[in-house]
Design a protein around this ligand. Sequence first.
Ligand code: PNS
Length: 173
Amino acid sequence: MSPNSSSIAIYPGSFDPITNGHLDVVRRAADVFDDVIVAVATGTSDPRKDRALFSPEERVAMIEETLAEAGVHAHADTFSGLLVDYCERRGARVIIRGLRAVSDFEYEFQMALANRQLAPDIETLFLMTSAEHLYLSSSIVKEIARLGGEISALVPPPVEARLKEKFSRSAAG
Ligand code: PNS
């Protein structure tokens, strides 16, 4: 990176939806980088993942509302195709990923090495979430919300509202 270029970091993910754990990582990244873009991947076909609950547009809207409400200086976008190509288009040389437990490591290691193979000049940086968010994931939050459990400590308020709306509607229908 040239000494004069501003530092742009891409924080990619499914964010279906953003949780307090993700927000913690964005906040930490925004303290280190001039510009952080929370990038929602669209059109990925990962067999380990369920069909998305929220559309990419809904996910971006929730991220934008969350960042504004939390006063975190970062913004949201969507991307399709290879992450490294998106990084090139945005002029970013850094990919941020959050690490929770050891169980994340193998998947993250594989992804970071694949990205390095594709684009050796792009670095993946791992930020550790705070201890209170170690167990948190979008899937767990969706499961709790679907079963009517309390999610206010797990997700930002705009997400809590949308999850409640989504599941009350599906219960009514
Ligand atoms: O939050 P997730 O679902 O663990 O995020 C995974 C994501 C979206 C970062 C990853 O699947 C991705 O980068 N997809 C874009 C396609 C790509 O570049 N694949 C090659 C590297 S694994």
